[in-house]
Design a protein around this ligand. Structure first.
Ligand code: FAD
Length: 343
């Protein structure tokens, strides 16, 4: 498994539970690598509700999804986890020596003694535009996220969607792109009202254009996407010439490759053998947080935190077969103080 990183623990998913898994492993002196398909950590909390308040984290009367994530990152700082973001774990294979080969969509490889699947509802992927054949322009003229804004400057852009991403990028590119046309299927927008108001003002000033309708077809010239066909609510189809098409239809979670790793699955969830270790049917692979199922399971962050603590203890014998593992209090244990760097 050439070029693989040698690891004790690989955590799949950097949502709140994956992040707290780093902490619980850290207390047992197990260093973790954390992989997420998204470019940022935080899972559902950051992707779906960064500004919404959460009221049921023990001893935190209220915090937003983003604040919870920031605090978790601060809490795990002493353990210095290595993050591998923007890549999906595609392969997990048991090796003859009992460890696992793990590989991501961009070819990062690990050989690890244990795996913690904290994959929530699956990896978030951009909802694609449903127009036959248009996918051949993926990443050349059709984009679902903006990695390098410079690529779009001076170009004729069509931006599809009615949420914050679509509006934010449309507003951002006005004045930088040659032209900006926003296409949204309905009159109302999910985006922040202030952004919608700003967009409408820019349309009134002819700085950009809004079309209510859906992309239903396209045309190409010399192998390049040259225009999209936008069908309006009035049933009229308009041709809109463009250089680049940006689509922001939100993200949808997909269980994806996890289904192919030989793990027991029940209704898109990973079954764990017991609630002592939260280990799956494959010894050495643990499942914590929203992805797992067992009698009485509640998809709550606090339940995931508890599962992460027990899974860490369950995994320790794979990493330190000869060591007796004791539970210690962070308040009073000199050893944990040293590990936490708070001596
Ligand atoms: P997630 O947060 O789903 O994170 C999983 C991560 O794994 C994702 O980032 C995903 O990209 C990644 N991933 C998946 N598969 C792969 C793969 N193959 N390779 C790489 N990465 C992968 N809970 C509460 O306790 N209190 C609340 O008040 C509350 N409010 C909520 C409000 C809303 C609107 C929603 C949607 C949920 C709420 N929840 C709440 C539920 C809570 O957000 C989840 O229980 C929690 O996010 C689960 O955390 P997790 O770490 O298990 O998974």
């Amino acid at each position: 498994f050439a070029g693989a990183i040698d690891a004790d623990a690989v955590i799949i998913g950097a949502g709140p539970v994956g992040l707290f898994q780093v902490f619980e492993l850290g207390l047992l002196e197990i260093k973790a690598h954390v992989i997420d398909s998204l470019p940022a950590v935080g899972g559902q909390c950051v992707e779906l509700y960064p500004d919404k308040p959460i009221y049921d984290i023990p001893a935190v009367p209220v915090c937003t999804g983003q604040e919870l994530t920031d605090n978790l990152l601060k809490q795990i700082e002493p353990f210095d986890p290595t993050f591998h973001l923007g890549q999906e774990v595609t392969t997990v294979q048991r090796r003859e020596d009992g460890r696992f080969n793990v590989e991501t969509s961009i070819g990062t490889r690990f050989i690890t003694k244990t795996i913690f699947i904290a994959a929530g509802v699956g990896s978030f992927q951009a909802r694609t535009i449903k127009v036959d054949g248009i996918d051949k322009f993926d990443n050349s003229q059709l984009f679902y996220r903006v990695k390098d804004p410079a690529l779009f400057e001076g170009k004729n852009l069509v931006i599809c969607g009615g949420g914050d991403s679509a509006l934010d990028w449309a507003l951002n590119f006005v004045g930088k792109a040659e032209s900006v046309v926003l296409v949204h299927r309905r009159e109302d927008f999910r985006a922040a009202p202030a952004s919608v108001a700003k967009m409408k003002a820019l349309c009134d000033e002819y700085e950009m254009q809004l079309i209510t309708g859906q992309v239903t077809g396209f045309d190409e010239k010399d192998g390049a996407l040259s225009e999209v066909k936008v069908t309006g609510a009035d049933g009229v189809t308009r041709r809109v010439p463009l250089d680049m098409l940006l689509v922001f239809f939100g993200l949808s979670p997909k269980l994806g490759p996890i289904a192919e790793w030989g793990l027991d699955i029940e209704r898109r969830q990973l079954k764990v053998m017991d609630t002592e270790k939260f280990e799956t049917n494959v010894p050495g692979i643990f499942a914590v947080g929203d992805i797992n199922t067992y009698p009485g399971k509640k998809k709550l962050i606090l339940s995931g935190f508890h599962e992460a603590a027990l899974a860490a203890f369950g995994a320790a014998p794979y990493i330190f077969p000869d060591k007796k593992i004791h539970m210690q209090y962070t308040t009073t244990s000199p050893k944990l103080h040293k590990i936490l760097g708070v001596e």
